[in-house]
Design a binder for this molecule. Structure first.
Ligand SMILES: [Zn+2]
Length: 387
């Protein structure tokens, strides 16, 4: 056990290595899993970072969170079980192209590592049938076992290393009460994604992290990891009276990809730790920070109300507004200068809201997303996430 990682205070933490299937001949890739607390204890939390392997702030936050959990474990205040995967995508970690790290898309086929996770919903018929036949709803434990069974069965049919990775991550997380998937945007302020029915339970997490906005959808359209964990519960809860959504899954966008300053990670990890306390994983009902007593600062906005502001022509991007700015419809957010024609065209916001993210690139091609504004007016439908 690598005790030096988190210091000698880690007396119970266990490490586990999961080897991916279907790695290229002569190679192997592994997931490193850190487990804190007692196996099978409740509540269970699952935290992973860098599923998009070039989004690195979460790796630091996961590392700091391990330190806090190791201390809680040694002090006997860790009540539940916490599973941490600080580098959730060894495939993407290894993808370098001409000096650039390519971690969002698989270089084998261009697929996004955080899309098209295994959909458990078609496999929940047994739970629904049981609910119809039995006088009482199936137990939460029975539903979790059913989900694990479905994921395990599916593993026998995977044919690619990427599928093996995605199912391995889902198997680790699917029976958790709390799932936190740590990402970041290109340039951004802190923001979150979750299912609409989970917004209220997510609010304290946003406030503790100082998130500007929590973006919600019933179904964002592309089966990202957090929804693979939470949507089956929302699906069952809508059909089985008395059953509530028993997995809070949130995608946490830890600012921008360059935001790896060592000043951020300890604070962010502390916020996650306090949220786990709020969720009942850590003893002592009185948190050490005053985050939970602070006024709510995180705005909830429908994902369908986010405007991706698009470049209409090629050129050099000059932003007029910083991330975190409140903009009004019609405000100039950027200018794109075409060096071929010499024209500089202003790009304006189409909706009012928070400019929460923008591209870190400064060359626009027609159709490129320049920035994203979270408003309150529904303006989109269908697939709502970025490619
Ligand atoms: Zn990401």
């Amino acid at each position: 056990m690598p005790m030096t990682l988190f210091g000698p205070i880690s007396i119970c933490m266990r490490t586990e290595t999961i080897q991916l299937q279907h790695s290229p001949s002569g190679t192997r890739r592994e997931l490193q899993v850190f487990r804190f607390g007692t196996v099978g204890a409740r509540p269970k939390a699952y935290v992973q970072a860098a599923l998009h392997a070039d989004e690195l702030p979460g790796v630091l936050v996961a590392h700091e969170l391990c330190r806090l959990l190791a201390r809680a474990e040694s002090e006997g205040t860790l009540l539940g079980e916490v599973v941490i995967v600080p580098c959730a995508n060894p495939i993407g970690l290894s993808q370098q192209l001409l000096g650039h790290h390519i971690g969002r898309f698989a270089m084998t086929d261009g697929s996004n590592f955080n899309r098209n996770f295994f959909d458990l919903i078609p496999h929940l018929d047994r739970a629904l049938a049981e609910a119809v036949i039995a006088p009482t709803s199936p137990s939460v434990a029975a539903i979790r076992a059913l989900m694990l069974d479905a994921a395990t069965t599916a593993m026998a049919s995977v044919t690619t290393e990427e599928q093996s990775l995605k199912l391995s991550l889902l198997q680790l997380a699917i029976d958790a009460d709390v799932v936190l998937d740590l990402h970041c945007d290109s340039e951004a302020v802190m923001h979150l994604y979750t299912l609409t029915p989970l917004a209220k339970r997510t609010q304290p997490l946003g406030d503790m992290l100082g998130a500007a906005v929590c973006l919600t959808a019933e179904d964002s359209g592309d089966h990202p990891f957090d929804e693979a964990c939470s949507r089956p519960w929302a699906y069952l809860a809508s059909r089985i009276p008395g059953l509530s959504a028993n997995c809070l899954a949130v995608t946490v966008e830890l600012r921008g990809e360059q935001d790896t300053a060592l000043t951020h990670a300890p604070k962010d990890a502390h916020a996650l730790f306090e949220f786990l306390r709020l969720e009942g994983l850590i003893a002592n009902a009185t948190p050490t920070s005053n985050a939970t007593t602070a006024a709510s600062t995180t705005i909830t906005a429908p994902l369908a109300a986010v405007e991706p502001v698009i470049a209409t022509h090629a050129g050099v991007i000059s932003f007029a507004r910083e991330v975190g700015a409140n903009v009004k419809a019609g405000d100039v957010v950027a200018t794109v200068t075409d060096p071929m024609t010499g024209t500089a065209r202003e790009v304006r916001a189409g909706t009012s809201g928070i400019l929460f993210a923008r591209t870190s690139r400064r060359w626009a091609t027609p159709g490129k997303r320049l920035c994203k504004i979270a408003g309150q007016q529904i303006i989109r439908s269908g697939k709502l996430l970025s490619p």
